[in-house]
Design a binder for this molecule. Structure first.
Ligand SMILES: [Fe+2]
Ligand SMILES: [Fe+2]
Length: 174
């Protein structure tokens, strides 16, 4: 194992966070799909897919680093939303928490002069800029649209374009 025990534990925990985000975004996708807001649903199915890929990336990294993984159970996602705004707020909160988690790992990697892990984490931190921006933009759109979610639905292609081509593989019909 060429990473510390502390980073092994933090990265194991991050796998749980990524897969929790995966399930959370499936729950949000389902919420929008049940309201016939299919573009928004597709957007969240795509987000869910990305989170799963993030989790896999960390599994592979720990494998390469010859480190063990402490797999944990996933908490149930939030699945009852009082409004689209609440679903969008959940997206923002999830991405903020995730960003904080990567910052904490990066701090430890730098402190331990573990440049392999530090470098590995840079990819995720770059990704978080996009995720924070996208989630904040969606929440703004939902708030500006008031009760008219069809307005937001129409804006989903712009939201995806703002993501810089991320997730093109899962873009679907939106
Ligand atoms: Fe992620
Ligand atoms: Fe994310």
């Amino acid at each position: 194992m060429f990473i510390s025990q502390q980073l092994q534990e933090m990265l194991s925990n991050q796998i749980t966070l990524e897969l929790s985000a995966h399930m959370q975004y499936l729950a949000i996708a389902h919420y929008f799909e049940s309201k016939s807001l299919d573009r928004l649903a597709n957007f969240f199915y795509m987000q869910a897919e990305e989170e799963k890929i993030h989790g896999l990336k960390i599994v592979h990294f720990l494998g390469e680093a010859d480190a063990s993984i402490t797999f944990a159970g996933l908490p149930a996602p939030k699945q009852n939303f009082a409004s689209p705004e609440e679903a969008a707020e959940q997206f923002v909160a999830q991405e903020k928490a995730n960003t904080d988690s990567f910052y904490a790992m990066q701090d430890v990697a730098v402190e331990q002069k573990d440049h392999i892990t530090r470098n590995f984490l840079v990819w995720f931190i770059d990704e978080q800029l996009e995720e924070l921006a996208t989630s904040a933009k969606l929440l703004d759109m939902v708030r500006m649209s008031g009760d008219n979610m069809l307005m937001v639905e129409m804006m989903v292609p712009d939201l995806m374009a703002a993501m810089g081509g991320g997730g093109a593989a899962e873009g679907g019909a939106a």
